[in-house]
Design a protein around this ligand. Sequence first.
Ligand code: CTP
Ligand code: MG
Length: 233
Amino acid sequence: MQAFHPRYYAIVPAAGSGSRMGSGQPKQYLALLGKPLIHHALQVLCGVAEIEKVFVVLSVDDAEWRRHDWSGLGDRLVPLFCGGTTRADSVLAGLRAIASLVQPTDWILVHDAARPCLAEWHVDRLIRDLAQDEVGGLLAVPVADTLKRADEHRHVLGTVARDCLWQAQTPQMFRYVMLRRALESAQHVTDESSALEAAGLHPKLVLGDATNLKVTYPLDLHLAEWILRNREE
Ligand code: CTP
Ligand code: MG
């Protein structure tokens, strides 16, 4: 029966240092509307009925997690202190840590801790659009700007046609065993989809929107705050 009724789990890589924020503190713990930044996405994921557990992959020496109160998020939230040196290493370490709990065909939703404006409808659409898919896929938005390729002196070499170009976001949703195998053989990937692509597979793009931004630079934190505030109202 299991093969016909796969379960859903989330893995949230949160073992990065946030070096591009330049804040001296990993960005997942920066304050955003009075809560640690990561709290916002965890709250959404923990509130999705289909998701059995939300695993947060923290760095081995993370001392900050236990300073905050996560009890409001319920008992589906599970911290794992097994992060690696890259995002892909952290996700793979999380997948290995949960091996005994999951079935090969269960779905894994990987979501960046650094995307605090995840909305319930983003997750619902991803789950709904991919439920019957063999491989899985990811939230993404079509590229809107005209794109330039430049040399190292910032002189334009040409314009890159933007038709068919999409910006990848998270969550990215794949079957446990396919994702684990792909990440075990992939090199230098910055998202799960790239690992599946390297294995010759073709993940499906699910239309998201620009509000699901990744907080990378200080300005992004202000944008995230604005988005969440306006959503509340
Ligand atoms: N991440 C992780 N383990 C790592 C590196 C990154 O779990 N070794 C996580 C981050 O915590 C973040 C997500 O992967 O939630 C996306 O990575 P990114 O935005 O690059 O975050 P950082 O690596 O923390 O930031 P920076 O690259 O600026 O240092
Ligand atoms: Mg990084």
